[in-house]
Design a protein around this ligand. Structure first.
Ligand code: NAP
Ligand code: GLV
Length: 308
């Protein structure tokens, strides 16, 4: 029994060391040094290359060192019958909550307008609305959406959350496509914390922006493919939206010639909203492996039908 490891962001080896510490008896091999591929029965990965799974004929489980698993569901080399297990929060919730709070304050404190005024050397004393009058809508009420909601609420923002199924949330809760228009109309700042699935691809589009109040602000730390870039640019240029903060992009790194880089109302961050914490990630992977051995369903087991 051996695990094959590849995490694209683990340049300093901290995640690998955490995994080795959490699972001292596991033979963890670091791709491309696979040894005998037939001995490998599980993989621990983030963004593995296209040929990563080639020849892993005895692979039984894949542990994703991430919340989103779209990179694995769409991976050209991964068989569709292999169970996928993802991270659940693992330190990302608190970081995501701060990222979104930063974006929400940027919008509520009128920074898009004030940044333009500064560039024009214009002493533009703008009336700053109270957070209580700036409702925030969160698309997604999962591990991260709920953490973000509670942090924003503690900072005085009214909260709306939207998800597929009914659940207890902070603030107002909206369910499914039928309640999406009411959710949008009530959200001055919109945050996307959905997984990327067939149903959510391109959800941040012209129709959705039209449903938001005029001058709304969009924060997308979900996935780049949630956003239709041309529709965002049109909505910003028409004044329908007053700004956007984007952490994720269809192609990463964001290509140099992307019009997003230069837009004066867009804040860009390079997919750094919320990295998982190494120790928590490793402990979760170790726990999930134990669950698998004991025949218990691991908490982060992905429902391939749902796509998350
Ligand atoms: P999660 O726990 O799976 O939660 C997903 C939420 O989205 C759930 O509330 C789910 O509804 C809802 N949802 C899914 N499909 C829907 C649909 N078609 N209509 C309405 N609601 C839908 O995921 P998470 O751990 O919170 O992570 C969310 C995403 O954040 C990840 O998939 C990833 O793309 C992104 N992320 C980004 C970063 C970053 O650094 N930028 C870091 C971590 C994660 P139900 O509750 O009804 O199932
Ligand atoms: C990061 O984007 C994740 O999905 O964990």
């Amino acid at each position: 029994m051996a695990a094959l490891y590849f995490c694209s962001d683990d340049n300093n080896g901290n995640m690998l060391r955490a995994m080795q510490q959490a699972m001292p008896n596991l033979d963890i091999r670091v791709w491309p040094n696979t040894g005998n591929k037939l001995e490998i029965d599980c993989a621990i990965v983030w963004m593995p290359p296209d040929d990563f799974f080639d020849g892993l004929d005895n692979l039984a489980h894949v542990y994703s060192v991430s919340a989103g698993v779209d990179h694995l569901l769409l991976h050209p080399g991964l068989r569709h019958d292999i169970p996928l297990i993802r991270l659940f929060d693992a330190g990302m919730g608190d970081k995501m909550a701060n990222y979104v709070l930063y974006g929400a304050l940027h919008a509520q404190r009128c920074m898009p307008e004030l940044t333009l005024a500064q560039q024009a050397r214009n002493w533009q004393r703008t009336a700053i609305p109270d957070p209580a009058s700036v409702p925030i809508g969160i698309l997604g009420a999962g591990a991260l959406g709920q953490k973000v909601a509670s942090h924003l609420s503690l900072n005085g923002f009214p909260i709306n959350q939207w998800s597929r199924s009914a659940k207890q949330t902070i603030g107002s809760h909206f369910i499914g496509d039928e309640q999406l228009p009411a959710f949008l109309a009530a959200s001055q700042i919109l945050v996307c914390l959905l997984p990327l699935t067939a149903n959510t691809t391109g959800i941040l589009n012209e129709k959705l922006f039209t449903g938001l109040p005029d001058g709304a602000y969009v924060i997308n730390p979900g996935r780049g493919q949630h956003l239709v870039v041309d529709d965002l640019l049109k909505a910003l240029d028409s004044g329908k939206l007053k700004g956007a903060m984007l952490d994720v992009f269809e192609t990463e790194p964001l290509p140099e010639d992307s019009p997003l880089w230069h837009h004066e109302r867009i804040v860009i961050t390079p997919h750094i909203a919320a990295a998982s914490t190494t120790t928590e990630s490793a402990e979760q992977v170790a726990q999930s492996m134990k669950d698998v051995v004991n025949g218990t369903e691991p908490r982060g087991l992905v429902d391939r039908q749902r796509g998350y």
